[in-house]
Design a binder for this molecule. Sequence first.
Ligand SMILES: [Zn+2]
Length: 321
Amino acid sequence: MWTVEKNRKSVKLLSGLLAVMLLVTGMMPPARISAAVPSIVQLSSTYTYAEMCQDIAELTQTYPGIVTSGAIGTSVLGNPIPLVILGNPAAPRSIMVQSSIHGREYIVSQTTMATIEYYASRYAAGEYGDVLASTCFYIVPMVNPDGVTMAQMMNPSWKANANGVDLNRNFPTLWELTKGASAPGAANFKGYLPGSEPETQALMNLAVSRDYCCYLNYHQQGNIIYYDDDLTSPVVSQLSAALARTVSAINGYRPVNTAGSNASGTTTYGGFGDFTLIGIQKPGITVECGSAYGAAAQGQAASIYLKNVETWAAVARLFPS
Ligand SMILES: [Zn+2]
């Protein structure tokens, strides 16, 4: 009991500190801040793969009715790639979320985990019943655990997996048109074959395992939302644009339509977004959070989380049950 009371006091203290910090920087209105501070997932320092696995175990124990977990496969170095299921798997709608396909962008793993805690804790307090009764979120908070660890321990610029393949250029959709580095390394090498990497294969298997309403892809950096793609159907284009507008209205990030940008040579295919938008013709957006990545962005973790936390409910409510 004493521990619970102490934790409550700590959360209250942290909540107050965060509120003051964000008020000073003018990031969020004060009313939403105290309700949103997580107590299991910390946002203040480097978030490791081991810490995330520990938090997943704690969240499933604390919120057994609403958070469950599993794995979608294993990485090149044999690390399980966790899957967190938020909501009722029997719900009529499903949304897939994936973060940190690029190693150096590991802060979006932290903010994604904090978002899971937010909805689980609010649901336990009687909120978001409409969202979580009708929608189940399938979340891969760290697609590339080896790349994250390499970015944290060896090379802060490391985006690729442990084979030096940029996973977000390794998907089979228009892979042959994808350019970039000619050899394995920290970034931009698409692999020797499409879909060659275990992390790519695991994410593809999850992506086609059920009829998702949409896909939310979290990256760093830019404070922008990419939507649409070449070769999408009008329905997919319209839904992706609606997703971008909905999320932008909450987080303030700028929507960017990527359809047609290949004409100027700026589009790179072979990404997970290409696989979902073109390959299986499903709507989705890529949210580029914050204005930096890695350690340089650690101070932005709390504000990225607060700006984006309400977007999952808004996206779920876009789709009729
Ligand atoms: Zn990225």
